[in-house]
Design a protein around this ligand. Structure first.
Ligand code: SIN
Length: 354
């Protein structure tokens, strides 16, 4: 029997028990893409492992508790370490999620993913899909064969979030370590530890305790508003604009930026502090901008907001300020904006809003 999405308790902090869905009726599509969550190592304490080694069926065998939450229907899209995530996989993933969102009998979608680029995939999906049914991305910091692997619990939590009516209309969510995060805000903050994910500017969206999900705010808050900005039907399957990231540091010259400008349509500066760089690098950015390359200033610091004309004269340079987007997410938004042929003022407006 189909389970429809309800937003009856979308503004409540905790969904009252009476409005919880009949979990056994819920149908969750689980799309596996690889990562450490599907990783295998030689010994349960060994540091080395191979990401994307186990099939989705093997992953789910480790989470028998799912039977009490929903009917989970697994499919394997790819099985890669997310350092190898590509535009081709993003396109195929977005199309499949879109199809599943339109299926009346699917309650929500869970995507297992490597943690390294998980935030980029989540943010990309948030820009190209309508924000209707729950879409939940989940990974693990420890391989599936490790002692105290975090994957099974994270998968249980992700399915609990996907089943919850409170999760609808929030855009893609990321679930790690009993926490729920919005795609726009979440970041991998550390290269190790099960608590590696956080939303440094906005804070987490909610928490999962066992099978119970609590959100801290309503679904219609600004962080969830990037609904279908770049419709999937208009995205080409191949040949996306080239956008490079230039990492600022002491004594940086303009050489790398000059080189990028000859190959790329867009450059994102991972700037020091407020999205700044040496005079030589800023000069190179200005030349790039005058030659038609879209230049975005973001910060390498990991949090904060890079505003317009603060420290650097964006009006004079023709630059775009990234606001809260980190360099890797700024690259995603700039790529999509260039593909949609937006001009600089429109691109700036996108960064202020999404
Ligand atoms: C990956 O991103 O695929 C490897 C690292 C991880 O999943 O934690």
């Amino acid at each position: 029997m189909a389970t429809s999405i309800s937003t009856r308790c979308s503004s409540a902090r905790v969904c009252p028990e009476s409005s919880m869905p009949d979990r056994r009726q819920a149908r969750i599509a689980l799309i596996a893409t690889g990562g450490t969550i599907a990783g295998a190592q030689t010994g349960e304490l060994s540091g080395g492992y191979r990401a994307g080694a186990l099939s989705v069926d093997t992953l789910l065998e480790a989470v028998p508790s799912l039977a009490g939450l929903a009917r989970v229907e697994p499919e394997q899209l790819v099985n890669v370490g997310s350092q190898n995530m590509s535009y081709a996989v993003w396109h195929a993933l977005a199309r499949r999620v879109d199809e599943l969102m339109r299926a009346d009998d699917i309650t929500g979608i869970v995507i297992t993913h490597g943690t390294d680029t998980l935030e980029e995939t989540a943010y990309f999906l948030s820009l190209v899909l309508p924000h209707t049914k729950p879409v939940v991305l989940v990974g693990a910091m420890r391989p599936a064969t490790a002692m105290s692997a975090d994957g099974p619990r994270n998968i249980h939590s992700a399915v609990a979030v996907a089943v919850s009516p409170q999760s609808a209309n929030r855009g893609p969510l990321v679930v790690m370590n009993d926490e729920v995060h919005y795609a726009r805000h979440v970041q991998k903050m550390a290269c190790g530890g099960v608590d590696a994910f956080d939303s440094p500017n906005a804070g987490r969206a909610g928490v999962v305790r066992g099978s119970r999900v609590s959100f801290y705010g309503r679904a219609d808050i600004a962080s969830a508003a990037a609904d279908n900005v770049f419709p999937l039907s208009q995205l080409p399957a191949t040949v996306w604009p080239r956008v490079e990231i230039a990492y600022a540091c002491a004594d940086m010259d303009g050489l790398l930026i000059d080189f990028m400008a000859t190959h790329a349509q867009g450059i994102v500066l991972a700037g020091v502090g407020d999205g700044n760089a040496t005079d030589a690098a800023v000069d190179a950015m200005m030349n790039a901008s005058r030659s038609g390359v879209a230049v975005v200033r973001s910060t390498r610091t990991g949090s904060g907001s890079v505003g317009r004309n603060i420290e650097v004269d964006d009006d004079h340079g023709g630059f775009i300020a990234a606001y809260e987007l980190n360099p890797q997410k700024a690259r995603v938004l700039l790529t999509l904006a260039l593909m949609a042929k937006r001009d600089r003022a429109e691109i700036q407006a996108l960064f202020e809003r999404y």
